[in-house]
Design a binder for this molecule. Structure first.
Ligand code: 13P
Length: 273
């Protein structure tokens, strides 16, 4: 069932666990993620970037794939279809028109006032369609300023906020050093669900501390990509003559599912569907 993320995140925040947001890269990954989370009885957020939308062939294609898989595979968990890091109102509008249930408007590279203006434009459109909205304050190079986060939330009424606390997308260049004190202060002052981007490569202790400090949506992409690519390389090493794309792509299925089960255990989201 496709739902927005509002109630899922509020419940997770209240009960001290996090909903996983896994990026989908193609049809097969979408199936792997849905099956793994369904067997864990965990709600899941399927995140798609603007670039991935183009890779799939458009917003309607993504929505049809996700919706049809939920139906054909009898997926019984709540599933959120989320547009990740949208850089324009137009992208958010296209996603919502196609049936996405959640969007992130990312105007974090603009001034705070412009970020607020862009976010409010998206909220006005999304609220009418019962779609949840996430926004980002700060940049990956600069930690979020607490006062900015508070005034942003007060002036927008967003459903969830992604702060910058030293987290990075992709493989961490140095040992991750997250500012949990800042995260805890933001949580105490804004009192809405917080989102951790760039959670691949963070150990169990850091993830659990982030959840303790108010994070209830955790984004994972790179860890699944690394696990899948390693398994596919190994498969091709031992099956040099294989050319069936179904076998090649599926050779990473177990590796992806294993990572998902491990993450879901750490996030505390198993049996919460
Ligand atoms: P990673 O690729 O570092 O896991 O980050 C995913 C993410 O935050 C997507 O927005």
């Amino acid at each position: 069932m496709l739902v927005n993320s509002k109630e899922l995140l509020v419940k997770a925040l209240k009960d001290g666990y996090a909903i996983p947001a896994y990026n989908i890269n193609n049809l097969e990954w979408t199936r792997f993620i849905l099956e793994a989370c369904n067997s864990d009885k965990s709600p899941v957020i399927l995140s798609v970037s603007e670039k991935t939308v183009s890779y799939f062939g458009g917003y309607k294609v993504v929505h049809s794939v996700v919706n049809s898989l939920i139906d054909e595979l009898n997926i019984g968990i709540p599933v959120v279809l989320h547009l990740d890091h949208a850089h324009s109102f137009y992208s958010c509008k296209s996603a919502i028109a196609a049936g996405f249930t959640s969007v992130m408007i990312d105007s974090s590279n603009k001034t705070l006032d412009e970020n607020i203006k862009d976010t409010n434009e998206v909220i006005a459109y999304a609220k009418e369609k019962n779609v949840s909205v996430e926004a980002f304050v700060g940049t990956f190079d600069n930690h979020t300023n607490l006062n900015d986060a508070v005034s942003f939330v007060m002036q927008t009424g967003i459903d969830s906020l992604a702060p910058s606390i030293g987290n990075e997308h992709g493989i961490y260049k140095d040992k991750p050093n997250l500012d949990f004190e800042l995260l805890g202060s933001i949580c105490k002052n804004v009192r809405i669900p917080l989102v951790l981007h760039g959670a691949s490569g963070l150990d169990e202790n850091k993830i659990k501390t982030a959840i303790f400090c108010g994070t209830c949506k955790i984004n994972i992409n790179t860890d699944l990509q690394i696990a899948w690519a390693k398994a596919v390389r190994e498969y091709l090493e031992y099956n040099k003559d294989e050319y069936d794309p179904r076998k090649i792509i599926s050779s990473g299925e177990n590796a992806i599912k294993k990572v998902i089960h491990q993450k879901n255990e750490i996030f505390g989201c198993k049996n919460k569907a």
